[in-house]
Write a protein that binds this ligand. Structure first.
Ligand SMILES: Nc1ncnc2c1ncn2[C@@H]1O[C@H](COP(=O)(O)OP(=O)(O)O)[C@@H](O)[C@H]1O
Ligand SMILES: O=P(O)(O)O[C@H]1O[C@H](CO)[C@@H](O[C@H]2O[C@H](CO)[C@@H](O)[C@H](O)[C@H]2O)[C@H](O)[C@H]1O
Length: 475
């Protein structure tokens, strides 16, 4: 069971790197490079201190052959821990030139090219070899699940070329290794939930094959998971955009995706602890939403005119709690959107869909992401996604009648599919659904302002609608 802490023998050739190996100059090089990474969460805040938490030499640098160094570094503010995989070579071949991080000027790595190891097939092949050999290596521990199956011999690794919160490497279209970037002590829900669902035999998640984590002395942190690569699939976002471009129906796929979501929720409720969100907890949930709204409003002025109206939505949720109403809570996906659902074929059958990336919203603390929550949280996430997709259709601005009709039809189909599979129609929890949808739209405003300013109008238009007193229930 992946929860860390199992004692395993060290692998032969283990190297623990002394802290002085990673010189201040090497850390300075990383410090200049880090803020430009897509996955770096602290954008917009200057780094005051970057310190080494742990370093493991996965492959010693020998001058003639590349080295691989695994680092955990602490970045302040706010004290986040990041996982880095550094390649070390004397000189970089042209194809690796874009991967250069920098050249330290002091210490044992002085003058070498330090680069993103994930871009180097020689080094990512080595990571796969490590996963094939369970055991510990320095501050790292490699484990396999009962489903371990080595990918075909010598699969060619390639880094996934996508805008991601983490980083992934695909091995010969057979397996995908996801490396978490911002890592906290504790099991990552992406491993915990897919493992629990796979043990039930769920066909709706890629069953983990292997994983690796840091050792207890630096906090058991899940660092990476190897899963089967679902070649030949498209994600729900691509499918929705394709349907929009062709003027084709998407409601059958949305309905099937609703059914899949319900099955996954049922599986999670059976496999992992559930709970009841008591009245006071519900009130605290509403306070959390209001707090995130204030924080987002402080960062994005365009949100401020809607503040008072949106707070009313959160007050309505708190009022449910004040009336002592308890709500069923369970483990959920936590960041569900169309891009997190992969389909074979057109996605019109519930069995076509696989859900991925159960990590939750990367910005939330792990303890919060692992807490049981109402399923409406996920459903609201997917409803927002139909809204996003609608804005990408031909001649479909966020407010156009065509976009609104497309979103409404697919949101309704998704909820109907969900209800059909588990007998519980999410639209019946209108206050809850609306509060979660508002919370998600506020999150998206901040997310887009930081990552894709050109898309800010999409969540802002939703905020405008959600703030309007006459706006209809969520779906
Ligand atoms: N098992 C898989 N099979 C095929 N593609 C996958 C698989 N897992 C992830 N992907 C692809 O990788 C992308 C990023 O994966 P994801 O888990 O969402 O990472 P992140 O947390 O970095 O966003 C997905 O959008 C999908 O295109
Ligand atoms: O997939 P991630 O875990 O990295 O999630 C983050 O990035 C998503 C964008 O890729 C972002 O999703 C938002 O944009 C989607 C379209 O690109 C849309 O379908 C989603 O509904 C919308 O929330 C997600 O919020 C963020 O956490």
């Amino acid at each position: 069971m992946p929860q860390g802490g199992q004692a395993q023998p060290p692998l032969p050739g283990t190297q623990l790197v002394e802290r002085h190996t990673v010189s201040d100059s090497c850390l300075d090089v990383i410090r200049s490079w880090l803020p430009r990474r897509r996955w770096y969460a602290g954008k917009g805040r200057p780094i005051e201190a970057l310190t080494l938490v742990a370093a493991t030499e996965v492959l010693p640098y020998r001058g003639s052959a590349p080295g691989l160094l695994h680092l955990l570094v602490d970045v302040r503010p706010p004290g986040d821990c990041y996982q880095l995989l550094l390649g070390i070579r004397e000189a970089l071949p042209p194809e690796l030139a874009p991967a250069l991080i920098g050249r330290p000027t002091t210490g044992p790595l002085r003058g070498t090219a330090v680069y993103e190891a994930l871009q180097d097939p020689r080094l990512t092949s080595l990571l796969l070899e490590r996963l094939a050999t369970p055991g510990s290596l320095g501050r790292l521990r490699f484990s396999q699940t009962e489903r371990w199956a080595a990918p075909p011999a010598r699969p060619t690794p390639r880094p996934l070329d996508a805008e991601q919160s983490n980083s992934s490497v695909i091995y010969g279209n057979a397996a995908i290794l996801k490396l978490f970037r911002r890592v906290e002590p504790g099991i990552n829900p992406d491993l915990e939930l897919t493992y629990a669902l796979a043990r039930q035999g769920s066909p709706h998640v890629p069953a983990p094959l292997a994983w690796f984590e840091s050792t207890a002395d630096v906090g058991d942190r899940t660092l990476g998971i190897l899963q089967p690569y679902l070649a030949g699939t498209l994600d729900g976002w691509q499918l929705a955009l394709r349907a929009l471009a062709r003027g084709a129906d998407f409601t059958a796929a949305a309905h099937a995706l609703g059914r899949t979501t319900a099955r996954v929720h049922t599986g999670l409720a059976e496999a992992l602890p559930t709970g009841t969100l008591t009245g006071p907890e519900l009130m605290r949930t509403a306070e959390g939403m209001a707090g995130r709204l204030e924080a987002a409003g402080a960062a994005v002025p365009a949100l401020r005119p809607y503040r008072a109206a949106l707070l009313e939505t959160f007050r309505a949720l708190a009022a449910l709690g004040a009336r002592g109403r308890g709500l069923r809570a369970q483990r959920v996906h936590g960041d569900l959107h169309l891009g997190q659902a992969l389909a074979r074929g057109g996605g019109t059958g519930a069995e076509d869909w696989t859900l991925i990336d159960f990590e939750g919203e990367p910005a939330r603390p792990l303890s919060e992401r692992r807490a049981p929550q109402p399923v409406e949280r996920d459903i609201a996430g997917m409803l927002r996604s139909f809204d996003y997709a609608a804005c990408q259709g031909p001649a479909a601005g966020a407010e156009s009648a065509r976009a609104r009709a497309w979103a409404a039809a697919n949101r309704a189909a998704y909820c109907a599919g969900y209800a059909e599979a588990c007998g519980r129609d999410p639209r019946e929890e209108a206050v809850l659904l609306r509060a979660y949808e508002t919370d998600k739209a506020v999150y998206e405003v901040l997310y887009e302002a930081r990552n894709r300013p050109a898309w800010l109008g999409i969540p802002l238009s939703a905020v405008r609608r959600l703030a309007a007193p006459s706006s209809a229930p969520s779906a």
